[in-house]
Design a protein around this ligand. Structure first.
Ligand code: GLP
Length: 249
């Protein structure tokens, strides 16, 4: 496990974007796993800037997002589909037919989960998975208590997650109660993982992730078992870590 500690979200975004760009240039057919939330926004902005300035091509890249709310169409401004289009896809030369998110509006969400898994396998698996970290330790929408052997599945969102995400909605009651998320085992199969952690509100959970027991109660602790993971965290996010952890690599 490598930990890159950077000053702030700007530096985090720059470093994360550099790693993604380097990967895409080296392997133009890269299969990227993408995350939403506020943390990767700056990273996506840097990818767009780099596309404009340096023309890094995404023509042969395929993407799979971690999760999507159940019940929101892709036209809904709070859907992750909309988020990805607005913040990244519409501003780079990626083929929209090669960008995948779980379908939150299919007739049977369970069937959509199986289809998503099949699509990931068909694409040869994820080369580089970008991850954010929920305040309760969730990754994707895998809430505390999710089995480490879970595959893409439908989840009932924790109240704390709905509250944390209600900042994007008109009110808490508008936040969907269910989502489809890649499972923990699905995420762990990515050949490389890049976990982005920013801000003081993640400091306590990052300490648990790095220094606590590996447990399904804190889903992100499973990442310590991944053989190729890099964490980029800013100074505010590492402030609860012990010195030992801060210098581990
Ligand atoms: C949401 C997403 C996660 C994301 C998390 C943290 O619940 N489903 O994939 O990592 O929020 O979001 P933020 O980066 O806004 O703190």
């Amino acid at each position: 496990m490598k930990i890159n500690i950077v000053k702030n979200i700007d530096e985090l975004s720059l470093l994360a974007a550099r790693k993604i760009i380097e990967r895409v240039r080296k392997q133009p057919t890269t299969v990227l796993g993408l995350a939403t939330g506020s943390t990767p926004l700056g990273t996506y902005y840097k990818l767009v800037q780099d596309y404009r300035d340096n023309k890094t091509s995404y023509k042969h890249v395929t993407t799979f997002n971690l999760d999507e709310y159940v019940g929101l169409t892709s036209a809904d401004q709070n859907s992750y589909n909309y988020y990805m289009r607005e913040h990244l896809f519409k501003s780079i030369n990626i083929n929209p037919n090669q960008t995948f998110l779980p379908n939150g509006v299919g007739i049977d969400p369970a069937i959509e989960c199986d289809k998503y898994e099949a699509k990931i396998s068909e694409s040869g698996g994820i080369d580089l998975q970008i991850l954010g970290l929920g305040e309760n330790g969730h990754i994707g929408f895998n809430e505390p208590g999710t089995s480490f052997s879970s595959r893409t599945h439908v989840v009932s969102l924790a109240e704390s997650t709905r509250e944390a995400n209600s900042r994007y909605f008109n009110s808490l009651s508008d936040v969907p109660t269910k989502a489809i998320t890649m499972g923990i085992e699905t995420i762990m199969e990515a050949r490389e993982v890049l976990l982005l952690v920013s801000g003081e509100r993640k400091a306590k959970v990052l300490r648990e992730v790095l220094e606590g027991t590996i447990t399904e109660k804190v889903p992100a602790t499973v990442l310590r078992n991944h053989s190729n993971i890099t964490i980029i965290a800013d100074e505010a996010a590492v402030k609860c870590l012990t010195k030992h952890c801060q210098i581990s690599s």
